[in-house]
Design a protein around this ligand. Structure first.
Ligand code: PBG
Length: 326
């Protein structure tokens, strides 16, 4: 049947009806808020390119977690800004690493009320800003697996609920899984940044985490934005190696990858709506060129509609506030 018998506008007549037939919804349960933890006390260094986000010392991270929980967001993703850096990122592997300390403090205060995801990567911890050990001007894959596994184990020991490797080395999920299992952490899930693209959208993050590469770029390990089949291979391999959740990153320009991942694999899919996506919306909103709140909700909805089960976003708290108002 078609027009005039069929009129799709019949079901758009009022908000109750529209809500009743809504196919997608965002819940605060789906959201993860990234946080940047730095040394010191009472330190709040605003990140100029990411309005509302700051590098926070552990005492202020605890206050921020209280606010995040109060609006109904139940998970945070931790990034560390260390006191010092080294060639290989060893500084990220110790009991007294900045993220390890933050995890212990958060767990002490919030226990299992707050789910702690720990990013595993070397770029915040190396002097050169690359995600692993450099040999002959490029990141050496297999040497880097050693530091990644050691960092992951140390974060698990500190109390991380989920380990999230973001480095894009081949074989890192397998290596981390084996290391966790051998050391009594067989129940700690791995959320793998499986399809992580070499993207210009990470620009503001590199200010936030002080992790810009000092030479070259990350194209020899992160994916070419032109590729989609390759993303499916990356995800398939990570699942085979033991990933419990796979991730697509960035999100907004990669909705086709999210959609394809969800339709190809029976596994929870996370999407990381990255710093550049956040900053563009904030900047346009601040200029009144767009309605920031409306666009924020529309983008999050589109990421879910594409197939993501989990959204990592710097808007997590603001989205939850909007959901609470409705
Ligand atoms: C670490 C890492 C990055 C992001 C998350 N983990 C930066 C990068 O790969 O350059 C980016 C997150 C964002 O832009 O919000 N490797």
């Amino acid at each position: 049947m078609s027009f005039p018998q069929t009129r799709l506008r019949r079901l758009r007549k009022n908000p109750i009806l529209r809500n009743m037939i809504s196919e997608t919804a965002i819940s605060a349960n789906d959201l993860i808020m990234p946080l940047f933890v730095c040394p010191g006390r009472n330190i709040n260094n605003p990140i100029s390119s990411m309005p509302g986000n700051s590098q926070l010392s552990i005492d202020l991270i605890l206050e921020e977690c209280t606010k995040i929980l109060a609006v109904g967001v139940k998970s945070v993703l931790l990034f560390g800004i260390p006191e010092s850096k080294d060639e290989h990122g060893h500084v990220a592997c110790g009991h007294n690493g900045i993220v390890q300390k933050a995890i212990r403090a958060i767990k002490e205060q919030f226990g299992n009320e707050l789910l702690l995801v720990a990013d595993v990567c070397n770029c915040e911890y190396t002097t050169h800003g690359h995600c692993g050990t450099i040999v002959d001007g490029d990141v050496d894959n297999d040497l880097t697996l050693v530091t990644l596994a050691s960092q992951a184990l140390s974060l698990a020991k500190a109390g991380a609920d989920i380990i999230a490797p973001s480095d894009m080395m081949d074989g890192r999920v397998k290596k981390i899984r084996e290391t966790l299992d051998e050391n009594g952490y067989s129940t700690t899930p791995i959320m793998a940044y499986s399809a992580k693209y070499a993207s210009g959208f990470y620009g503001p993050f590199r200010e936030a985490a002080d992790s810009a590469p000092k030479f070259g770029d990350r194209r020899s390990y992160q994916m070419n934005p032109a590729n989609s089949d390759e993303a499916m291979r990356e995800i398939a391999l990570d699942i085979e190696e033991g990933a419990d959740i796979v991730m697509v990153k960035p999100a907004m320009s990669y909705l086709d990858i999210i959609y394809r991942a969800k339709n190809t694999f029976n596994i929870p899919v996370a999407a990381y709506s990255v710093s550049g996506e956040f900053s563009m919306i904030k900047a346009a909103g601040a200029n009144d060129w767009i309605d920031q709140e409306r666009i924020m909700m529309e983008v999050a909805l589109s990421i879910k509609r594409a197939g993501a089960d989990i959204i990592i976003t710097y808007f997590a708290k603001e989205i939850a506030e909007v959901l609470n108002r409705k």
